[in-house]
Design a protein around this ligand. Structure first.
Ligand SMILES: [Fe+2]
Length: 168
């Protein structure tokens, strides 16, 4: 079994334990959807496709996991998790990746920094950060392209549409 499938097993285990049906469904659709978009963008830009898929699967995992843990405390606690997810999520992600042992120390750092965003000026990290951010926006755009209520980063979408030779 390759690393992507091993990671998927770990992610599945965390998501299967989520106790909110709607949130669990959205977590699967979003994390695996963003991972596929990451793979497509990485392939186009010749960025490490394996790390890109892994980054997609992991990028909001902490938020989905933590939201369940604080749900009983109410909406304010959930908002707090969402507000601080990048920083708090990185500490957790670093610990869990070290425990799973699927990545080298260098890869763990690249993944954590790229997902946190703005954490490193390293070229490989910045490229991966852009892939994840673009994939996230692309996912929202294609989740329901005919829904005028869905907000997304229009500048980023315009650049992606042009990069992939599509039209708005
Ligand atoms: Fe996301």
């Amino acid at each position: 079994m390759n690393r992507v499938e091993k990671l998927r097993e770990h992610v599945d285990e965390i998501l299967l334990n989520k106790n909110n049906d709607h949130d669990r469904r959205m977590a699967y659709v979003h994390l695996y959807g963003v991972a596929q978009a990451c793979a497509m963008i990485a392939k186009k830009r010749k960025v490490d496709i394996e790390l890109a898929i892994m980054a997609g699967m992991l990028h909001d995992l902490y938020t989905y996991k933590r939201k369940d843990e604080v749900r009983h405390l109410g909406m304010e606690a959930i908002q707090e998790v969402i507000k601080n997810h990048r920083l708090n999520g990185t500490t957790w992600l670093h610990e869990i990746l070290s425990k799973w042992g699927l990545t080298t120390d260098e890869e763990t750092k690249i993944l954590c920094d790229a997902i946190q965003g703005g954490a490193s000026k390293d070229k490989k990290t910045l490229e991966l950060e852009e892939v994840v951010n673009d994939a996230n926006v692309l996912w929202f755009y294609f989740y329901n392209p005919i829904d005028p209520e869905i907000n997304f980063d229009e500048k980023r979408i315009e650049k992606l549409i042009s990069e992939f030779g599509l039209s708005l």
